[in-house]
Design a protein. Sequence first.
Length: 307
Amino acid sequence: MSSRGLVLAARILKASRFFPSSGVFNRHFPVKTSFSGLPNFGFLPAKKHNKISNLEREVESLIWEAVKERQQECRETSSSEKDLMLLLLEGAVNDQSLGKDASKSFVVDNCKTIYFAGHESTAVAASWCLMLLALHPEWQDGIRKEQAEVFKDGLLSVDSLNHLKTVTMVIQEALRLYPPAAFVSREALEETQLGNIAVSKGLCLWTLIPTLHRDPAVWGSDANEFKPERFTRGVSKACKFPQAYIPFGVGPRLCLGKNFAMVELKVVLSLIVSKFSFSLSPKYHHSPTYRMIVEPGEGVQILIQKI
């Protein structure tokens, strides 16, 4: 094995220590977020609360250990290459406004964001897309037909991504039906009147995204059906008002990785559909489950056949 291969294998081994803890954390953390903003949360229920806190500390400890190991590797090899982890560490160290504890929290919190928001959410979105495509093979055929027209020499390129309209519609519809984020919350900074409802300053408002995305009053009587064609003319024409479509959040706190996530999903789905046809396995059990994000509770089992 080459030295680069050994380094990659070592990093995978280190990551394997983190993933089991993060998986357990994902299953318990929704309890904490569901009660966020309520007074005296620390007293609800004690055993579950303690387990969440312990898992949170364990995950943070594993992340910080990986950061320190990466920093030590860099010192020993005198490498000038800087990955995202090192750039975060460098930024925290050079920021004079951060103390020692704040610097550590800055690095760990950003690493958690990169994993939970930047990896897990996209992977789950891809799973939902594959599940829906497996149920609707006609859309697999539509994607392949489009690829034949768009791909030069049958190869995916950066330029061709912007012309993959069918794939984009499938992704948009999958994100409508199964948005990774279950809700967005905002605090009222001043007293506000919403119709007949008076919202007091400091009140936390929660918007349930799946409910909004399936509201027949907004999306029509077919709101619960998989119909990517509703996005043929873009989001603004897909429903009564575009603000009702918020898979990446809304407003100034819109997901920073929105465009990157869309590119990732286009690439993954395009490559899979171009090489394989697939259908849903009889073993698949439909069980959307909230574990920080809305994911297939028992995974997605599909039957794949090479084209």
